[in-house]
Design a protein around this ligand. Structure first.
Ligand SMILES: Nc1ncnc2c1ncn2[C@@H]1O[C@H](COP(=O)(O)OP(=O)(O)OP(=O)(O)O)[C@@H](O)[C@H]1O
Ligand SMILES: [Mg+2]
Length: 258
């Protein structure tokens, strides 16, 4: 379980998070949504200790990331697989070496064990035969899946996905959404999905947290997202659904014509 307690974060004069608290429950799929620049990626980086809050605490399995030693933090980070916004693959390495990288760096597996693990991860994301290819030779959707294979290579307890479907066509996005659901099911991981893709939210999330004006304005079950008391969330959901052209009872596209 991840517990975020009253964290605030500023960069110079820019306050991004103000007194944010959130629980990520064991085994759930939590979507964190909000406008571009609302602080979703900043919040995600706090969950894994890549950023430290100015005030407040983040506990992972009861351990406070904010006061952890370098060694402790390194151990805790092994529990996380992170799919960074943009993928963050090394273009000079093959897909195989990209996935093997954390295993070589963080684990004591032998070369033969690494080879087996990398192939298993590639199989899981349905890219069994691209190990030899460099990321630059792959499509955007394939690159996301290689990055996902790397994120799961250390058998994490938590997977954090930052915009897993951005820049992908609807069909490829569906493949990624299916994979997120499949990995949650088969690997028993806890998933945090940062996105502005409402279709992805509805396909994947159990719960939704809406970041607005530096704080979580609404947190609740996905089934209540269309019927919540937050006008800002209502307008965010309407705008997202209008953009993807997915008519729903609350979408402007489904208004009856005069
Ligand atoms: N390391 C940093 N130094 C200074 N400012 C930063 C840093 N990281 C993020 N910011 C600022 O914090 C704000 C929130 O950024 P963040 O990347 O969390 O937004 P986001 O909600 O993820 O947006 P998007 O949907 O576009 O990815 C932005 O104004 C950004 O410029
Ligand atoms: Mg972001």
């Amino acid at each position: 379980m991840i517990e975020v307690r009253n964290i605030s974060k500023s960069f110079g004069d820019l306050q991004v998070l103000s007194d944010v608290s959130l629980d990520v429950r064991e085994g759930e799929k939590l979507a964190i949504i909000g406008r571009s620049g609302s602080g979703k990626s900043v919040l995600m980086k706090h969950l894994v200790g890549l950023l430290k809050p100015d005030t407040g605490h983040v506990y992972v399995d009861d351990q406070d990331l904010c006061c952890a030693s370098y060694e402790r933090l390194r151990e805790l980070r092994k529990r996380f697989g992170v799919l960074f916004q943009g993928g963050a693959l090394f273009d000079s390495m093959s897909s195989f070496e990209n996935i093997a990288f954390p295993l070589r760096y963080f684990s004591s597996l032998s070369d033969a064990e690494i080879e087996t693990r990398v192939q298993d991860c590639l199989d899981l994301v349905n890219l069994s035969d691209v190990g030899a290819k460099n990321p630059s030779e792959l499509s955007g959707g394939m690159r996301k899946r290689v990055a996902l294979a790397r994120a799961i290579s250390m058998e994490p307890a938590y997977i954090l996905y930052d915009e897993p479907t951005s820049g992908l066509d609807p069909e490829t996005s569906n493949t990624i959404n299916d994979l997120i659901n499949q990995l949650a099911r088969e690997l028993n991981v806890t998933s945090v999905v940062i996105t502005h893709d409402m279709h992805s939210v509805l396909e994947v999330a159990d719960r939704v947290a809406f970041l607005h004006n530096q704080d979580l304005e609404w947190v609740g079950p996905v089934a209540e997202v269309h019927d919540c008391a937050s006008p800002n969330l209502n307008s965010f959901v309407r705008a997202s659904e209008y953009k993807i052209g997915d008519p729903s009872p609350t979408s402007p596209l489904s208004e009856p014509s005069p």
